[in-house]
Write a protein that binds this ligand. Structure first.
Ligand SMILES: *[C@@H]1O[C@H](CO)[C@@H](O)[C@H](O)[C@H]1NC(C)=O
Ligand SMILES: *[C@@H]1O[C@H](CO)[C@@H](O)[C@H](O)[C@H]1NC(C)=O
Ligand SMILES: *[C@@H]1O[C@H](CO)[C@@H](O)[C@H](O)[C@H]1NC(C)=O
Ligand SMILES: *[C@@H]1O[C@H](CO)[C@@H](O)[C@H](O)[C@H]1NC(C)=O
Ligand SMILES: *[C@@H]1O[C@H](CO)[C@@H](O)[C@H](O)[C@H]1NC(C)=O
Ligand SMILES: *[C@@H]1O[C@H](CO)[C@@H](O)[C@H](O)[C@H]1NC(C)=O
Ligand SMILES: *[C@@H]1O[C@H](CO)[C@@H](O)[C@H](O)[C@H]1NC(C)=O
Ligand SMILES: *[C@@H]1O[C@H](CO)[C@@H](O)[C@H](O)[C@H]1NC(C)=O
Ligand SMILES: *[C@@H]1O[C@H](CO)[C@@H](O)[C@H](O)[C@H]1NC(C)=O
Length: 603
């Protein structure tokens, strides 16, 4: 084994995205709000910039958000005061609104659009068991069973959806391959042609199939339209579940089940119907009993909120055209109304496993599938962004759900590695709302995540670095930790490590147990516990560069330690594992190198 030489290593040149194991770079920070916190400072800075740009004193890129009414705020399960870091802006059209509020704050009610899908999956995780999640839809909806039976000998996988292979979990993770929209919200050209005279009283070329060279078909033939897009179905207002399922059953697939993620509002309408059927409750009762009541979300609704809440509701445009639309069967896809304060309760509860056990939460907050882009993955129904830190190449996964419908937008973002996140709700009748919502997320995350990372690094340095010595009299054991100087390999560097008068560092340094450049990084952080375990991790020696597959395979053992963690043990305990004790106030009081058992006290 090579002897210890020097830990003062030269910094690496910037490589591609780095990995060693999936998990936090640092322990989650506990101070997001005090006057010393880097997060609070960055937030203050951002809000000052927003104030200047939105109230006329400066013209920055942030001025773009002037016409967007929005509420944005942070949350953290480590610092509950983070929920108070909020920013609100009422656009001119809201300040001049004839209906609803003219100002916005944390209690203003907005539609949250497709963030509703996250409520639906959480409700399903609370209400359904694993067998129900995996039950084929043809065993839940008789209309689908009927379709599958009819097609048993003639099924054409291109034109016929295989409802016996699609489950509620496939719908939740956008892996059913089924059609995007469900009747009566489908923008089908034939349906629009049929509905135009009924709704608008006009017959314009824009909606005439002949304009596009489509072949003439009989609009009254049931094979040509879903039941709810018939005049009877649509004008009747809200579709009934049986008609909806009958209509959906004949929709051709977009992809085969479990092959490629395809965003489907229709899938979430069906998921809501399945949850209602399997629980025997209305969806409104499901949301109320499993989420709103337990979390005291008193300003959240799955129906149009009562008129008494109108004075604090953000009504973009005419109420009947947007805010006050009853989503009916599609509420599980986009029908929830909420406030920034209620979303903070919701998000905190998800991160803190308030309504689920922690294992279910950990399993849930994972990707189900890649997308074709290295930076995005899809879960149930997570839209997962892989944020590469520009200075280090390290990756932080951000679990989100976007809402974008009509005059409303929203996004809820979770950074599980840091036990924190942010919520954003927007409203505007302008076509720019959709892109501006994403631009605002970009602007805020670009300030928040780097600040959170720096705060976490600072707390690691303040709490963990220093010297730890054995409290047992006469036992010569000690450990000295310093902040890592290698930007691409953050964490704690071990600069001295003696166990029972033996210089362990000089023996192991440079060996597979303790590779050069290895630093300590947190891997086990039990929920609500006063212990946290760190492990030795290395920076990839030869990372795979973007668009360069030449070492894709050869870098396997260098790039990701998942194949190597925990190989070396003594008496069945891991060498390279260090278990720290945390006090109530966040101070670190001691550490135990697991394989050496004896506790070392911080001096
Ligand atoms: C504050 O914002 C300005 C740009 O608006 C930036 O240059 C500066 O670094 C920020 N300071 C902090 C502490 O985030
Ligand atoms: C702000 O800057 C943009 C682009 O730089 C420009 O188009 C716009 O007119 C400016 N607005 C004001 C109020 O100066
Ligand atoms: C304010 O609202 C009134 C009535 O809805 C409308 O006539 C007027 O143009 C609006 N003003 C602005 C500045 O939007
Ligand atoms: C669920 O669907 C089945 C099949 O249509 C039906 O028999 C059952 O009554 C439904 N249950 C509820 C609670 O709606
Ligand atoms: C529930 O929320 C309401 C409104 O935010 C608040 O006034 C009340 O104290 C909360 N109740 C509990 C038990 O936390
Ligand atoms: C709420 O107010 C609107 C507009 O004034 C009215 O059309 C509607 O019937 C009211 N809803 C209820 C439940 O009273
Ligand atoms: C320290 O080493 C001595 C000599 O090998 C041994 O007798 C003693 O048990 C060791 N103590 C501990 C706590 O490892
Ligand atoms: C503890 O052990 C180290 C390594 O063998 C040695 O250099 C040091 O002098 C010892 N300290 C004491 C107080 O015995
Ligand atoms: C999160 O859960 C922990 C452990 O159960 C608890 O101590 C803490 O108060 C919770 N935090 C929030 C914000 O709910």
């Amino acid at each position: 084994m090579r002897p210890y030489t020097s830990l003062l290593l030269t910094t690496l040149s910037l490589p591609g995205a780095l990995s060693n194991f999936l998990g936090p770079i640092y322990p989650a920070p506990r101070d997001l709000t005090s006057s010393n916190s880097l997060v609070a400072a960055a937030w203050k800075n951002l809000t000052i910039s927003l104030d200047r740009s939105l109230h006329g004193q400066s013209n920055s890129t942030l001025s773009e958000f002037n016409d967007l009414t929005f509420s944005v705020g942070l949350f953290s399960t480590r610092d509950s005061k983070a929920e108070k870091l909020q920013y609100h802006h009422a656009a001119p059209e809201t300040r001049n609104a004839s209906f609803g509020t003219q100002t916005v704050d944390g209690d203003s009610i907005y539609r949250v659009a497709s963030v509703s899908k996250l409520f639906t999956v959480l409700a399903g995780l609370i209400e359904l068991d694993l067998e129900e999640w995996e039950r084929p839809l043809s065993e839940i909806f008789p209309e689908f069973a009927h379709f599958v039976r009819e097609k048993s000998n003639t099924l054409d996988p291109i034109y016929d959806t295989q409802w016996n292979a699609i489950t509620p979990f496939a719908l939740a993770s956008q892996m059913g391959g089924i059609s995007q929209y469900g009747a009566p919200w489908t923008p089908d050209y034939l349906a629009l042609y049929v509905l135009e005279p009924l709704i608008l009283g006009t017959s314009s070329p824009e909606y005439n199939p002949a304009t596009y060279g489509f072949p003439p078909v009989d609009p009254s033939d049931p094979a040509n339209h879903a039941p709810c897009t018939t005049p009877e179905g649509f004008v009747g207002g809200i579709c009934d579940p049986e008609s909806y399922a009958e209509g959906a059953s004949t929709n051709p697939p977009i992809a085969l089940p479990w092959t490629s993620p395809v965003y489907s509002n229709n899938g979430f309408t069906l998921l809501g119907m399945a949850i209602a059927n399997l629980t025997g409750k209305t969806l409104d009762d499901v949301y109320q009993e499993s989420i709103f009541d337990p979390l005291n979300m008193t300003s959240s609704y799955s129906v149009v909120p009562p008129n008494s809440t109108l004075p604090r509701s953000v009504v973009a445009g005419e109420p009947q055209a947007n805010f006050a639309i009853d989503n009916g069967l599609s509420k599980s896809s986009g029908g929830i109304f909420s406030t920034l304060n209620d979303l903070a309760k919701f998000s905190t509860a998800i991160l803190n496993s308030t309504l689920l056990d922690t294992h279910t939460t950990h399993r849930w907050m994972k990707p189900v599938t890649h997308t074709s882009d290295l930076h995005y993955a899809i879960g149930a129904p997570w839209e997962i962004y892989r944020y590469e830190h520009p200075e280090t190449g390290l990756v932080t996964d951000i679990y989100t759900k976007l809402g974008d419908s009509g005059s409303y937008g929203a996004m809820t973002l979770f950074i599980p590695d840091f036990d924190a996140g942010l919520n954003l709700i927007t409203a505007s009748t302008q076509a720019t709302r959709s892109q501006q919502t994403l631009d605002l997320v970009q602007a805020v995350i670009g300030v928040f995540l780097p600040a959170l990372t720096k705060q976490a690094a600072r707390e690691l340095e303040q709490k963990y670095t220093g010297t730890y010595v054995s409290a047992t009299p006469g036992l010569n054991s000690s450990l000295t930790l310093t902040p890592s100087k290698i930007p691409t390999s953050p964490g704690l560097s071990i600069t001295s490590w003696i166990q029972n008068s033996t210089d362990v560092l000089s023996i192991f340094y440079g060996s597979p147990i303790f590779p050069t450049k290895a630093t300590l990084r947190p891997l086990i952080t039990p929920h609500g516990s006063n212990q946290i375990a760190f492990r030795l991790a290395t920076t990839p020696a030869d990372p795979v560069l973007p668009r360069d597959p030449s070492n894709l395979f050869s870098a396997f053992y260098d790039a990701d330690q998942f194949a190597q963690l925990g190989q070396y043990t003594y008496a069945n305990l891991y060498i390279g594992e260090f278990v720290f004790e945390i006090q109530e106030d966040g101070r670190v009081s001691g550490v135990t190198p697991a394989a050496w058992v004896g506790r070392l006290e911080k001096v």
